[in-house]
Design a protein around this ligand. Structure first.
Ligand SMILES: [Zn+2]
Length: 90
């Protein structure tokens, strides 16, 4: 089955941040454009560059294994006051 659609990645020409992707017919593919697009990163309108998206898209998986709040090691003093405040003999 012939590939008729291609995915184009649009990037800011200045900072290369990805603006978005578009899917176009291969025949209508247009990589050159002088259109200006708003770039959030630059905070201004910039030219865009277009690239054909790779088939194997690099999935930047969010690191699910972020360490939580580091355990507070030095709780002794706070714990002491808490217990004393609660009337627990320490
Ligand atoms: Zn930009």
């Amino acid at each position: 089955m012939p590939i008729t659609d291609v995915t184009i990645v649009r990037r800011c020409a200045d900072c290369s941040v990805e603006i978005g992707t578009i899917t176009v017919k291969k025949d209508n593919m247009r990589l050159m454009t002088n259109d200006l697009n708003w770039c959030e990163s630059c905070g201004t309108e910039t030219r865009e560059v277009r690239d054909i998206a790779q088939r194997e898209e690099t999935v930047t998986a969010e690191q699910a294994s972020y360490p939580g709040n580091p355990p507070v090691e030095d709780v002794t003093a706070a714990e002491f006051r808490r217990r004393r405040g609660a009337g627990i003999a320490v």
